[in-house]
Design a protein around this ligand. Structure first.
Ligand code: COA
Length: 207
């Protein structure tokens, strides 16, 4: 009897979860533009996703993450926001996880990652809890394990991810930061597209 009841509850819940999956699947098809998907992630997961960013509406982005505009997240990205108790007698979650019933308040630190604007994160990247800031315009190579904050407009890659180079010389980074391409509306973006392919025309971008 008990088992029957339990099974019914599980099936009921899984149906709701299944429904959620369907709804998210539908919303994700328009993820570059969907305001509803952004509002859902903010309300239910406390994750902020900026305009035109995509690939970040997954279960592998922890609550509290902030993601800027125009970001591209490839498949398989995992962001971790906490470590088990490294210095305790056991690393088991019994010592910190409230849902397991032995502690009333979570006893580990949770970190919040802020991803800037126009950040491109390659496939299967892992971002560890020690990372709290990825700067505007940064690129993270595929398969990297990121252990430190990433400087704006830098390319990092590898395990552990190391600085490979900056995307542009300082003067062009300054121009891009002044122009703030990542704040352009789609109409403004379209108007300026021809100036975006050539570094010598960046200074002519306007909104
Ligand atoms: C990082 C990346 C953008 C290339 O940047 P780049 O500046 O053109 O890099 P290069 O190919 O000139 O390589 C520069 C150095 O970084 C290394 N490198 C490049 N990508 C790397 C990666 N993902 N992991 C480890 N090392 C990498 C190269 O071996 C090279 O090392 P070396 O200087 O010792 O020879 C690219 O390699 C990458 O990872 N792209 C992501 C693709 C992806 O995930 N797409 C998903 C769909 S959106």
């Amino acid at each position: 009897m008990m088992l029957n009841m339990k099974l019914k509850v599980i099936i009921f819940l899984s149906k709701i979860i299944f429904l959620e999956k369907i709804i998210l699947f539908i919303l994700r098809r328009n993820q570059i533009y969907s305001k509803t998907l952004r509002a859902y992630f903010k309300k239910v997961r406390n994750i902020e996703v900026g305009t035109f960013s995509y690939g970040c509406f997954t279960k592998d982005i922890p609550n509290g993450t902030i993601i800027g505009n125009y970001c591209s997240f490839a498949d398989g990205i995992k962001i971790f926001n906490g470590n088990h108790g490294i210095d305790w007698a056991t690393t088991h979650p019994f010592l910190y996880n409230t849902t397991l019933g032995l502690v009333e308040k979570e006893t580990i630190n949770r970190y919040k990652l802020v991803v800037g604007h126009d950040v491109w994160i390659g496939g299967n990247v892992i971002i560890l809890p020690s990372v709290t800031k990825i700067g505007n315009g940064a690129i993270i190579g595929a398969g990297s394990v990121v252990t430190k904050n990433v400087e704006p407009y830098s390319i990092v890659a590898g395990n552990p991810a190391t600085h490979k180079r900056f995307r542009f010389e300082r003067e062009y980074i300054d121009i891009l930061e002044e122009k703030k391409v990542y704040n352009l509306t789609k109409a403004e973006f379209i108007k300026n597209m021809d100036k975006m392919y050539d570094i010598n025309l960046f200074h002519k971008i306007n909104n």
